[in-house]
Design a protein around this ligand. Structure first.
Ligand SMILES: [Zn+2]
Length: 290
């Protein structure tokens, strides 16, 4: 039996120079103006909850931008993408503070010349002087370090995590990310047995499963990732879908048990076609969801 590992997509882990530059230069191009708007907002808003919401929205936007840059730059190494994301997150934090101080000191642009170490010292000094106040009283340094620490964690964490989210297989021949099909529902079956059959290229094991309508019932969910250009790159992912009754609600858990298995084009087509057929079936009559 050949090594089952060879049957799965293995990312090249490539980090193209274009992708590196795109992430760093593009990251700065996003970070510098957006942190100005963010700092301006945080400076003028005094309501604590609204401040927190602004920080969450901003961290999400930076994360989204980082993910888009890693994707467009075809960065296949998730480790590198994560490191670049962390760097961009840290830069965002730095620029946010810098702009905040520029605004605080009545748009004094000389703040831009302060080196990062002195910038941190200045912030500590401002904390101790009680610059941040709530209802006329200074907010304690402990609470401020908790708030500022949380903001830092949120920004850097979001940029790092989102950067690593491009996990679809990449078609090296065409230079394109594969596209996932919508998930298709199949009836429950022995997942270990099915995995063994598929690893040994006995695709009938999948093809002979009876077609089941796309309902919330427990079973198997199949998804194929295919290159939009060629017919060579097709990968199959299978998950077990378990439905448990929790009082009145149904708790659905999805567990992936086969990830990015290399499959021929016709198997990928079959999954896509079955999906369409299943949808046509369910739309022609009432669907029971009990
Ligand atoms: Zn391709």
């Amino acid at each position: 039996m050949s090594d089952a590992g060879d049957r799965y997509y293995q990312g090249s882990g490539a980090v193209p120079l274009k992708g590196t530059l795109l992430m760093l230069v593009g990251g700065l191009a996003v970070v510098i103006p957006s942190t100005l708007v963010y700092a301006w907002g945080e400076f003028h808003v005094s309501h604590q909850k609204l401040k927190a919401i602004i920080a969450i929205v901003f961290a999400t936007l930076i994360g989204g931008a980082v993910q888009a840059l890693a994707r467009y730059g075809a960065v296949r190494s998730r480790l590198f993408a994560g490191l670049a994301g962390a760097t961009i997150g840290a830069l965002a934090l730095y620029f946010a503070w810098m702009w905040f101080l520029v605004i605080y000191f009545q748009w004094n642009l000389q703040v831009l010349l302060i080196d990062p170490g002195d910038l941190a010292k200045l912030v500590v000094q401002m904390v101790n002087q009680g610059v941040w106040q709530r209802r006329g009283a200074a907010i304690s340094p402990t609470e401020l370090s908790f708030l500022f620490g949380g903001e830092a964690l949120l920004l850097i964490g979001s940029a790092t995590l989102m950067a690593t989210r491009n996990s679809e297989p990449y078609c090296e021949a065409c230079g394109k990310w594969t596209k996932p099909s919508p998930p298709m529902a199949l009836p429950a079956t022995d997942s270990d047995g099915l995995t063994r059959e598929l690893e040994n290229e006995r695709y009938e094991a999948l093809l002979r499963l009876p077609q089941s309508p796309a309902t919330e019932d427990a079973g198997i969910s199949a998804q194929v990732y295919s290159c939009p250009t060629c017919e060579e790159s097709n990968y199959l992912t299978l998950s077990r879908v378990d439905v448990k009754k929790k009082g009145k609600d149904l708790a659905v858990t999805t567990t992936e048990f086969l990830t990015h298995l290399i499959v021929p084009h016709d198997v990928a087509e079959w999954v896509r076609r079955q999906r369409t057929a299943a949808l046509e079936n369910t739309s022609s009559g009432p669907v029971s969801r009990t």
